[in-house]
Write a protein that binds this ligand. Structure first.
Ligand code: PEP
Length: 234
């Protein structure tokens, strides 16, 4: 299974390093064989000599150049980073990244062989519009994406569940994951208000290959427990 933490705009570099070190100790002490990914804030990237896979929450499709506020592969290479999160709903909806821009980014990092965690998920109004419209909306987020890319991981994250404490029912997650599995052979994570109290049941759902955790992952102890649940289930 794949257990991923999106630290968003939290933790300084020092805090991130001690967080990653804590996870690394847990993974080693408990002989964890699951894949653990952490996406720190951009300025908290560092050289982490660790069993944890550290990825970038974002980077521009460039080596370097005139893209104010962005980083490119020069900056990722400095820390040996070969994993990137693309299409997170906060980047789609708050930062206004279009599907076209995401496809460009996806193709650029795919060419470089990056592990890509690509996020899809519907806003509340699409969920409320019924299953057909919801699935149609999610399908548009697959447009232009090579769903057979060997280093692809997909994360299904309903926008209305991110950071809200709301989650779909276990049955809903199961039925959406079943549908999404038809679109790509890539591992499929669930994300959206996963916490230590519901992680075990979410991880146990068929076609859930792991979880992407935001707020609750900020508590290293909780996140370690979730890693432990995944290990138990495998
Ligand atoms: C996320 O940001 O990817 C996420 C799933 O956040 P949260 O767990 O806080 O809902």
């Amino acid at each position: 299974m794949i257990i991923a933490a999106n630290l968003k705009t939290n933790f300084t570099r020092k805090e991130t390093n001690s967080y990653i070190a804590e996870l690394d100790t847990y993974v080693k002490n408990n002989a964890i064989s699951q894949e653990v990914l952490v996406f720190p804030a951009m300025s908290s990237l560092d050289e982490n000599n660790t069993s944890i896979v550290v990825g970038a929450q974002n980077a521009y499709p460039t080596k370097d150049g005139a893209f104010t506020g962005e980083i490119g592969t020069t900056h990722l290479d400095e820390f040996g980073i070969k994993t990137i999160l693309i299409g997170h709903s906060e980047r789609r909806h708050i930062l206004g990244e279009t599907q076209e821009a995401l496809v460009e980014k996806f193709n650029y990092y795919k060419e470089l062989g990056f592990k890509i965690v690509y996020c899809v998920g519907e806003p509340l109004e699409k969920r409320e519009a019924g299953e057909a419209e919801m699935m149609e909306y999610i399908s548009t987020q697959y447009e232009g994406i090579d769903t057979n890319y060997e280093n692809l991981i997909i994360a299904y994250e309903p926008v209305w569940a991110i950071g809200t404490g709301l989650t779909p029912t276990l049955e809903d997650i199961a039925s959406i994951h079943k549908e999404l599995k038809k679109k790509s052979p890539a591992p499929l994570l669930y994300g959206g208000s996963v916490k230590v109290t519901n992680a075990k049941e979410v991880l146990a759902i068929e076609n859930v290959d792991g979880i992407l955790v935001g707020s609750a992952a900020l508590y290293a102890e909780h996140f370690c427990s979730m890693i432990g649940f995944a290990e138990e289930l495998c």
